[in-house]
Design a protein. Structure first.
Length: 533
């Protein structure tokens, strides 16, 4: 019985069938990691240009249906981009494993698959306007070569007859355990070496980026405004813990954009074009822009994706020049009924030309709360138009103001958002927080309300289904900015719902019916649920 054929083969076969392919896959993963690390290292010197992975991520975002991007933002919030980048890296490593397995079968399959994956990545990345093409080509080719070299080397150690890898496809044969051990040691040595190359490349890339990624905005000094904002005095703020300040500090201001890699614009070579359907197109460089009469205006900006009660909204003092003057200088032709802001990264946003001429605040902005625009908020220049959601108006990293007809659609319009985006009247409860446990007796309810260009005339609060009670509104001041509101509530024991609603300057009460942000902004009253005991 001991000599039965089954048992004999059981002794011979197992390492071959069971252990071989995982090592081939590991080889592929290591080879991919090496190639990718080298590609990244070459594409990011100085941190001024995006890496291949972030270019690929950017193109994926641009080419993914709008609803899916929105779903991602909903689920992941501002983590959407890191999650995407990590997913792309993971996908590359999985692809590497596949290349390893293919290469174990037939060398050239593995080589061809590696080259195919690299070139697929390259062709996607080439669509990113921020990425220099020559560098992308060099990086992808060198990365692919490194990957192929590592793969062939690792597979070779697996491949010697009679050694662990004999297993991959080769004939089954008895093994001398000492040979097996020696070969495995060599494999681990090579694998360790490959891994070290990858880690070193990533490390060098990080170090190079870190040392030079100082915000270019910090090197710019803005001239003082000729006319200062009227409405930003902090003394007007209510002193309620947890209530949003009247002016949102830059560090707390929400950030929404499609940029995986934040454009690092060099102000020395930056130029803004005013172009399209105008009689006298012209260009401005940064110094010319700063030499113009700068004004300051306080404007509340909101993202159309902001849910009722959400925090994709903020109020800042913007410094810049009115669009009106620039448009007059350019001489808008009658057909130029749309103003399209173009970004250095290809993003576009468009709104009716009339909105820049009807007297509202509509400006080309270089400063935010007394500072040059932070990189994430559009350095060196962006647009801000009071009363319009950001996706139709507030182009960051602006490169061009183009007058077009109405047929042109900005970035988000074909992705399912409304062509026009006037900001709807909204109010938000900041305190108490949702789910708060409160003492019986006096409780302060406070928050903000906004209806840029129309202003807020009244804010009311309701407990459960009681009567609406008028809240005190802070004396802001300017129709474009949010107001703070507060009211004292004599809280009774039990669970309660606290509701808020605002009335705008035209006397219109905010829309009660609940609707989701798409396609043109959320509606409904904000509420919070509290327990009083
Ligand atoms: N270049 C560029 N500008 C952009 C966007 C973008 O994705 N790219 N997003 C817009 C949207 S949807 C909003 S709500 C505002 C947000 O501006 P913030 O990030 O400064 O708050 O910027 C707008 N400008
Ligand atoms: Mo937005």
């Amino acid at each position: 019985m001991i000599d039965s054929p089954e048992l004999t083969s059981a002794v011979d076969v197992p390492p071959a069938a069971g252990v071989g392919w995982p090592w081939a896959a590991v080889s592929g993963v290591l080879a991919a990691a090496t190639g990718l690390a080298i590609t990244e290292l070459i594409t990011t010197p100085g941190g001024r240009t995006p890496s291949v992975v972030s270019s690929v991520a950017a193109r994926l975002i641009d080419n993914t249906p709008g609803w899916l991007v929105r779903f991602g933002i909903d689920r992941l919030g501002t983590n959407d981009k890191p999650v995407l980048v990590v997913s792309i890296v993971a996908l590359c490593l999985v692809a590497g494993a596949v290349c390893g397995l293919l290469g174990a079968r037939r060398r050239w399959w593995g080589v061809a698959a590696t080259v195919a994956v690299s070139m697929a990545g390259l062709s996607l990345a080439l669509g990113d306007q921020l990425a220099p093409r020559g560098r992308l080509w060099t990086a992808s080719i060198l990365g692919a070569l490194a990957s192929v070299a590592a793969l062939l080397m690792l597979l070779a150690t697996l491949d010697r007859p009679g050694e662990p890898a004999a297993m991959i496809a080769g004939p089954v044969r008895a093994q001398d355990p000492r040979i097996k051990l020696a070969s495995r040691r060599q494999f681990f040595a090579y694998a360790g070496g490959t891994g070290a190359v990858a880690v070193t490349a990533v490390g060098i890339g990080k170090a190079l980026r870190g040392s030079s990624s100082a915000d270019s905005a910090s090197q710019v000094v803005l001239p003082a405004p000729a006319r200062a904002a009227l409405s930003a005095s902090p003394t007007e703020s209510f002193d309620v813990a947890g209530l949003s300040p009247l002016v949102t500090p830059n560090a707390d201001f929400y950030r929404i954009d499609t940029a995986v890699f934040i454009p690092r614009v060099d102000v020395n070579s930056w130029k803004l074009k005013i172009s399209g359907m105008v009689d006298h197109p012209f260009e401005l460089n940064f110094n010319e822009l700063l030499a113009m009469d700068l004004v300051e205006e306080t404007v509340t900006m909101q993202c159309v994706s902001n849910a009722v009660g959400g925090d994709l909204v903020g109020n800042a003092v913007w410094r810049g020049v009115p669009l009106k003057g620039l448009l007059e200088r350019a001489g808008v032709q009658p057909k130029g009924v749309q103003i399209v802001g173009r970004s250095v990264d290809g993003f576009t946003a468009g709104f009716p030309t009339e909105k820049a001429l009807d007297g509202r605040v509509a400006m080309l902005v270089v400063g935010m709360n007394g500072q040059p625009l932070p990189a994430v908020h559009g350095f060196p220049a962006r647009l801000v138009v009071a009363g319009l959601y950001g996706y139709v108006s507030a182009t960051k990293w602006l490169s061009e103001i183009q007058l077009t007809d109405w047929d042109f659609d900005g970035y988000w319009v074909p992705r399912g958002w409304a062509k026009e985006g006037p900001i709807k009247t909204q109010s938000r409860i900041d305190v108490p927080r949702d789910g708060a446990k409160l003492p019986v007796g006096k409780v302060t309810v406070a928050g903000v309300a906004w209806a840029p260009t129309r202003g807020i005339s009244k804010v009311e609060v309701r407990i459960d289904d009681g009567d609406w009670v008028e809240a005190r509104i802070g004396d802001a001041t300017d129709k474009n900015t949010w107001v703070q509101w507060m009211v004292d509530w004599d809280a009774t024991a039990g669970k309660h719902y606290v509701w808020v609603r605002a009335t705008d300057g035209t006397g219109a009460v905010q829309i009660e019916k609940q609707s989701s942000p798409d396609p043109d902004g959320a509606t409904g009253y904000h509420w919070r649920r509290v327990t009083v005991a």
